[in-house]
Design a protein around this ligand. Structure first.
Ligand SMILES: [Zn+2]
Length: 305
């Protein structure tokens, strides 16, 4: 599928009126529905920056941005739409690039990126692997030398995929292993928690590969993890461990929707998912020991599996 250019996309969302119309269609594809009583009729109050829709039955007032990632944001809708579009491109975009491209402050761009990313992550969390499922373990940031010793920076993950009849991935999940590398280095990884949380009960259990060594491992899935690691290094120049899971979800979301209308899917999910707020993001409850996973000019670390 040919990607349209950013300039072409901007010409489609030039005014806030354009964006209001597109947002309405994304929020209510079958026409207005009251969030309280599901009544299909409303009248519009247009005295604010964005219209309010008042239900003609129960009089509940609803904004287009309530219960979406745009909630509480003063950033113009067209900049949000541009940011969502830029997140669907193959290389992705980091906060500094977004700040320079759509001309907002770095802090605003950083928050937008995270809100879009969390919409992807939460959507990914709602989907279980089903049908033909493979599960395998892999290592991010693997150190090749010396191979016999673990390194603190190496990150064990468990990856699972759903495949179609042609063996192509239709969905992939990569989860940070609940056990540390020290715990898993010389034993088979415990995948029961991953299977319990990420695999549908009716999935075919014979194809869940649990062996660490040998030809039963799934090289395509390990290769997928390696690409995720290279993508994070290339686009973000390293990510914080406390956000690593969300970046992995971001990669899986984008990569397994390449053949779909990715922009429309992401816009719909940004409208459907509630945003994450700034205090939660900066993690006042986060431990101070969270460490950055930085991979600048470190080619030896770009191996997974
Ligand atoms: Zn109502």
């Amino acid at each position: 599928m040919m990607e349209i250019t950013f300039e072409s996309f901007c010409s489609l969302v030039q005014s806030e009126e354009d964006c209001i119309e597109l947002l309405f269609k994304a929020k209510w594809p079958d026409g207005f529905r009251c969030p309280v009583c599901s009544h299909p009729q409303s009248f519009v109050i247009s005295t604010r920056r964005l219209p309010l829709y008042q239900c003609t039955r129960c009089h509940t007032q609803t904004s287009l941005i309530s219960d979406t990632i745009f909630r509480s944001s003063r950033t113009p809708l067209k900049l949000w739409f541009q940011a969502i579009f830029l997140h669907t491109r193959w290389r992705g975009i980091n906060a500094r690039q977004l700040s320079e491209t759509i001309h907002v402050t770095y802090k605003t761009a950083w928050l937008m990126c995270h809100k879009i990313r969390y919409a992807m992550s939460r959507t990914d969390g709602e989907i279980l692997l089903d049908g033909i499922v493979r599960v395998t373990d892999a290592l991010l940031y693997r150190r090749m030398i010396p191979p016999s010793n673990y390194h603190e920076i190496e990150q064990p993950v468990i990856a699972g995929s759903t495949e179609d009849e042609n063996g192509e991935f239709t969905h992939v999940k990569i989860r940070i292993s609940p056990r540390s590398l020290r715990e898993t280095r010389h034993s088979s990884p415990d995948m029961s928690e991953f299977v319990q949380q990420c695999v549908a009960p009716e999935a075919i259990p014979d194809t869940i590969v649990t062996k660490r060594h040998g030809k039963m491992r799934n090289p395509e899935l390990i290769y997928f993890c390696r690409h995720a690691e290279m993508w994070m290094a290339f686009t973000f120049r390293g990510v914080w461990l406390k956000h690593l899971q969300v970046y992995l979800d971001h990669y899986c979301y984008i990569e397994t929707r390449r053949k779909k209308s990715l922009y429309n899917e992401l816009l719909r999910d940004c409208v459907r998912q509630r945003g994450i707020d700034y205090p939660t993001l900066i993690g006042t409850k986060e431990k101070r020991s969270s460490r950055p996973v930085r991979r600048k000019n470190d080619h030896s670390a770009r191996q997974a599996g």
